[in-house]
Design a protein around this ligand. Sequence first.
Ligand code: ACO
Length: 329
Amino acid sequence: MRRAKITALGTYAPPKLLTNADLEKMVETSNEWILERTGISERHIVEEGKATSDLAVEAAKRALAQRGVEPSTVDLIILATVTPDMFFPATACLVQDRLGAKAWGFDILAACSGFVYALSTGAQFVANGSAKRVLVIGADSMSRILDYTDRATCVLFGDGAGAVLLEPAEDGEPFGVIDFLNEVDGSGGTSLSMPGGGSLHPATEETVKKRMHFVHQDGRQVFKYATRKMYEVSMALLERNGLTVNDVDVVLPHQANKRIITAATERMGIDPSKVLINIGRYGNTTAGTIPLAMQDAYDQGLLKKGSLALLCAVGAGFTVGTALVRWGI
Ligand code: ACO
């Protein structure tokens, strides 16, 4: 078994911005409420005519360029999203074609835990020797499934993408995906969902009238679950690796709400200067948040060669995803 190492990172957020001031003109809300309750100031929004694959391709190209390798050298593409371009074909297939890669690939649907699920899945293919170069992408265009008349959800999300390359670590090298711990609790399925458009409620005039093709959520339930699970599963992962929070150099949490991140990491007892929070500039980009946090941590020098990073996410499902990564770039 070989450890999978992250050898490149690329991210992309579309240039168009939606600020709290813009939202004040669309729904009954205020900059103060949004900032205080969520920590968000602005989000990036995908342009008309563009889709999740466009964000994913751009992020992937940046990762490939950082590594200086051709798309044809990628064996496998794993793409996490809840906003595929279409139900099918998988967005991973569209990305494969657009990149000119020869890889096989598939999508993963685990909402906000999607990037961690894709990373832990990709790491297995590298570890067992069946892939040498895996492109792991988290990408979402949440603006496409938001009800911009519902102030409780439309202020929370934005659009963005990130990609990493996974390759086998050299013998004896400490870098790579050390371990992961993922969970599912399907009893939370109704707390956060897009009820329309699937086989249960296929699109009809009625589903459109009932606004079933948008994000629906019980914010308080999700908040409570996310805060508790982000803490519990992160601690369990550290413990089973014989580590404590003092060994962690940087926490890269899913960015759903600044208060969720602060509550969970305060309970962990981790130094706040080690916790990357960039929700202010992006909102919740679902599968995009962790690679976007990785990028900021890397650019700020918080994430450097040898750093131990704790990735943790909670999302619709409910899904929980945590991973420990020794950074090697
Ligand atoms: N502007 C002004 N007022 C608002 C807004 C808004 N945008 N949204 C809701 N309110 C009002 C509510 O109507 C309510 O008014 P009421 O008391 O008169 O009924 C009041 O604010 C308080 O509402 P709460 O829902 O209790 O507010 P809360 O403090 O819980 O914050 C929030 C709501 C931000 C949605 C929070 O519950 C949250 O972040 N939950 C987590 C959900 C999440 O981030 N999900 C994303 C994906 S899942 C994941 O990643 C974990």
